[in-house]
Design a protein around this ligand. Structure first.
Ligand code: ZN
Length: 233
């Protein structure tokens, strides 16, 4: 005769296996679903291309400034030379003023361009960093999930062999009855009795007749409300 205690032990193992299986399904789904990682490749490339183009422009403007400075030096040499005529002097002075004005403008433009260039370079780097860290995070998560899955696999094997040993020691008819009850009663065939009078599966108070029968620990007594086999530790 199978005691409620034995069936309860079997159910404890079955519940453990159920929870392992549920967690495995959840984790495998998580792996299969993947993660929405941002693809900022195009964004990074656009910023980088812009930075390079601005860099070319910056170099061109610097060359232009260099030429202007050379010209300004030449003009100033002529301005302070003793054999320059008075009429030429005022023409040269105008050219000097104009060259200085252009230099100032170029200088301002360069500052602006260099600022833009830095902004695009920083944005390209930020986009790449963001992708890299999202990738690394996902890799870490995959590793964590796989570790946990391996743990669950081992736990399941242990539980399955414990179940096999226990199930083999029970009469086939009792096992069948237990399994049928599990199927029909949301996975719980054996209900614990609490405070000596309440079925913990359906929360109903047991009749004194049922309680009397429960004194015999070897007997399988069903709950008069939910029909599960009662187990009183
Ligand atoms: Zn019950």
């Amino acid at each position: 005769m199978t005691t409620p205690q034995q069936l309860y032990n079997l159910q404890e193992i079955d519940h453990r296996i159920d929870s392992i299986d549920a967690e495995r399904v959840r984790l495998q789904k998580r792996l299969a679903d993947g993660v929405n990682r941002p693809d900022l490749t195009v964004e990074a490339e656009n910023h980088y291309t812009r930075a390079v183009a601005i860099g070319d422009n910056v170099r061109a403007k610097r060359d232009e400034m260099e030429r202007l400075r050379d010209r300004l030096n030449g003009l100033e040499v002529r301005l302070y030379s003793s054999n320059t005529s008075r009429r030429d002097l005022s023409t040269i002075q105008r050219e000097v003023d104009s060259a200085k004005h252009q230099l100032n403008q170029l200088d301002e433009l360069l500052l602006e361009l260099e600022g833009e260039q830095r902004t695009h370079e920083a944005a390209a780097l930020a986009a790449r960093d963001e992708m890299r860290s999202a990738h690394a995070e996902w890799q870490d998560l995959i590793e964590t999930i796989n570790d946990r899955l391996a743990e669950l696999e081992a736990d399941r094997e242990t539980s399955a062999s414990q179940r096999q040993v226990l199930a083999a020691s029970l009469p086939a008819a009792d096992l069948e009855r237990y399994e049928r009850l599990r199927r029909n009663k949301a996975g719980t065939a054996i209900a614990r009795v609490d405070n000596g009078r309440v079925c913990l599966a359906c929360r109903m108070t047991l009749t004194s007749n049922v309680l009397r029968q429960l004194r015999d620990k070897s007997k399988q007594v069903p709950c008069s409300t939910c029909g599960r086999i009662l187990y009183q530790p």
